[in-house]
Design a protein around this ligand. Structure first.
Ligand code: CMP
Length: 150
């Protein structure tokens, strides 16, 4: 079972200055940050990442939006991390998101939806390798690590 997932803070998150708000939610929940970088995503990596929707009419617009500013890409680690981050984010369309979730609280539309997170463990494994060289992340201890009850 994978205890790591990949999240991407999308351009609307960066441009609206919400990086701290979203990151704080993960930190408070004890989703450990084990890798992080900021970059403008290439068309090539977006075509690979979104290959399953590359034939959709909205795809060119989606690529433009995702390249309209840098994004922040992180690997987060915790027991049950993949489903728990998905629960925090909720569904694609902000209008259908549950109150209190990231997309309900901050997203404005179906496409400008603040954040991406791996949908399942297989996807998490593939995405981590896609965005981080050899899937490399950091191994360190948080100061409160011994105090956590799983
Ligand atoms: P995400 O779930 O991270 O991955 C696919 C992305 O495509 C999704 O977020 C939205 O940003 C975008 N998307 C999905 N459906 C639509 C749609 N109908 N119109 C525009 N963008 C969409």
């Amino acid at each position: 079972m994978s205890n790591k997932t990949l999240v991407i803070l999308k351009p609307d998150c960066i441009q609206r200055g919400l990086t701290g708000e979203i990151t704080a939610r993960f930190e408070k929940k004890w989703f450990k940050l084990v890798a992080s970088k900021m970059e403008v995503l290439s068309e090539e990596i977006l075509k690979e990442h979104y290959a399953h929707i590359a034939d959709k009419p909205f795809f060119p617009g989606l690529v433009s939006y995702l390249r309209s500013s840098p994004v922040i890409i992180q690997i987060r680690e915790c027991t049950w991390i993949v489903p728990m981050v998905r629960q925090m984010i909720w569904v694609t369309n902000a209008a259908e998101a549950a109150p209190g979730t990231i997309r309900w609280d901050f997203a404005l539309s179906i496409w400008a939806n603040i954040i991406h997170a791996s949908e399942n463990e297989q996807e998490a494994g593939e995405e981590i390798v896609r965005f981080f060289w050899e899937g490399k992340s950091f191994d360190y201890k948080r100061c409160d690590e011994g105090l956590i009850y799983w």
